[in-house]
Design a protein around this ligand. Structure first.
Ligand code: ADP
Ligand code: MG
Length: 297
């Protein structure tokens, strides 16, 4: 579990983080989303124990991170700009990590090698940017970390490798309850992988929700009535559009409750359609949703 409380960090008088709060439950895949300059990398560097805050708290399982090797050894961090010792090969880095992290698992490293298909003897600096990212994932997953922190991780990865990396990470989450925090400037990019979303801007959290919390209380329904058919009166309609007989409704409520109620009005056709994260934000947040949409999609 990751907790950031009232975090403030200034650079030469500029408040990059301005009382930021984040709560990431254990086993969550948390998307930290915000436009460029929002402060994502800055808070992530605090979580990784690189920066020291001006004020506020950064806790992992209740323990402060800064200068706390016991906590840091349980987390893997992949920065946005990966830095490796230029003369090191992937295998050298593996030896280095093995010394540093008591949980490093060489069997996992060997078996992941078949997936990443990089030659471990290759010098880090001879790899392309995307290959360096792959190597970073390879090493990070071999640490068997409890917490994985990724700063804009998919930049530079091709779509096939992107899917591969996410499927490895998500199976780690499913099998071991790994907690993942991943940043992106693009909400859509995280839509399929995250179960929690925090939207930040100007060093503050704008809203933080679990996807189930968001999805449980908003429903998209398509339905059609024969002539004279009518919607019940007591619906909370957030949005309504129609093509011929086919109506599309965004409603407040649960899918069970609403489909039951609507079926009772005897429609010709009724279907509950999943909402995209984008739609949830727009309808849930009204005007603020459009602002979010403009900066994040
Ligand atoms: P994001 O990762 O969301 O794009 P950053 O956390 O990198 O944003 O930056 C947040 C703000 O803090 C930006 O305005 C950036 O210019 C500023 N900033 C970040 N790091 C430093 C630094 N080391 N020195 C001065 N300003 C910084
Ligand atoms: Mg950044």
């Amino acid at each position: 579990m990751i907790q950031v409380r009232d975090l403030v960090k200034s650079f030469e008088g500029f408040r990059a983080l301005d009382g930021l709060n984040i709560t990431v439950p254990k086993g969550a895949v948390y998307g930290l989303v915000g436009p460029n300059g929002a402060g994502k990398s800055t808070v992530i560097r605090h979580l990784a124990g690189i920066y020291r805050q001006d004020s506020g708290e950064i806790l992992i399982d209740g323990q402060p991170v800064y200068e706390n090797p016991a906590v840091k050894s349980r987390l893997a961090y992949i920065p946005d700009d990966i830095f490796y010792y230029t003369q090191a090969s992937i295998r050298d880095m593996m030896h280095f990590y093995r010394e540093l992290y008591p949980t490093f698992n060489e069997d996992v490293f060997e078996s992941l090698g078949q997936i990443f298909q990089l030659n471990p003897k290759r010098m880090m600096r001879r790899l392309s940017k995307g290959q360096q990212k792959q190597a970073a994932f390879w090493l990070a997953l071999s640490l068997r970390p409890e917490v994985v922190i990724l700063d804009e991780p998919v930049d530079g990865l091709d779509p096939v490798m992107r899917r591969q990396v996410w499927s490895l990470l998500l199976s780690d989450v499913a099998e071991r309850g790994t907690t993942v925090l991943v940043s992106s400037h693009n909400l859509r990019e995280l839509e399929d992988v995250c179960d929690h979303v925090g939207i930040m801007d100007h060093g503050k959290m704008l809203l933080e929700r679990s996807l189930s919390e968001l999805q449980d209380n908003i429903v998209k329904i398509q339905l059609a009535y024969a002539d004279g058919g009518q919607l019940p009166e007591d619906l909370e309609i957030l949005h309504r559009s129609a093509t011929g007989r086919l109506q599309q409704l965004i409603l407040r409520g649960t899918a069970e409750e609403l489909s039951g109620k609507l079926r009772a009005t005897d429609p010709l056709f009724l279907d509950v359609v999943p909402l995209s994260l984008e739609e949830i934000f727009i309808y849930e947040l009204g005007g603020a949703g459009h602002e979010v949409q403009n900066i994040l999609l």
